[in-house]
Design a protein around this ligand. Sequence first.
Ligand code: OGA
Ligand code: MN
Length: 307
Amino acid sequence: MSSTEAVRSNDYVVQPISNVLGAEIIGLDVSEPLDVRALAVIRQAFIEHHLLVFRNQSLSDEAQVAFSKQFGQLEAFPEADKTRNAIEIYNVANVSPEGEQFDINDHRAIYQKVNARFHTDSSYRTIPSLASIMYGMEVLPDSAEGGETEFSNMFLAYDALSEQIRARLEPLHMVHYYEFGRRLYPELPPVSIEERRMVPPVTHPVIRVHPDRNNRRSLFITTNAGNEIGGMTLEEGQALHAELAEHVAQPQFCHRHRWQRGDLVMWDNRCLLHRAIDYDMAAHRRVLRRTTVAGAGPIAGPFSGTS
Ligand code: OGA
Ligand code: MN
């Protein structure tokens, strides 16, 4: 578990925000290019806390892309209905990029609901993402219920498993596929041929090791892009997946981020799951925009020769 003491580095303060994950970085304007020292502080805090919050930021799309590129190459969202201005920007909103609130039956609104299940971004890709960076443009009023993003720490979820279950999971792989999320809502349009070609089903180890944490083991599953485990019967795999899905959602691993306008939140997709908490989409506008740092390579498990 990370320390909950605030760390001061002359101008910046790294203030942990819960016992399980996350820290706020206070005193940094991220709209300007970071100097070497600021970048080092962020990198270190990211590795230690997995989720970083920068409050009261004012970021154009270009500034968010520039900030994000300091941590690696960005993923692209070529699908027209997900992009906002730039191909690297994912419009996470019940509002169109032009500012018009979607009808609750609009597939772009329904699509947001797929995010309400615990997942890690781009796990359906051969190389899942390293980090996601999300900026709060329009958020729910304080009086409204829901709309938070909840994060669950997969190091802690792994550590809480019995030796017996860990040994059982160690060699397993989960099947991840983009189409699964679409099928959760039959009213969504089927995946296109292009999407199918871009993101065919893939498998990843259920236990992964973290390269920046001395190959510490964590649980790596999703609940919005699959529910099957390779090498087991369909029923056994789905039963195991359901057990794990219940396990990761326990409050002792979780922290909820309540959005304020101007929040920039960056998290490690290699060791956290996240989900959107439901809110009244007809009553409230919620506009976040996401950039996504691509992973460095296929996911390493305990048998990948890196541990
Ligand atoms: C996402 C996502 C969560 C949210 O865009 O990948 O999971 O709270 N969003 O909207
Ligand atoms: Mn997500």
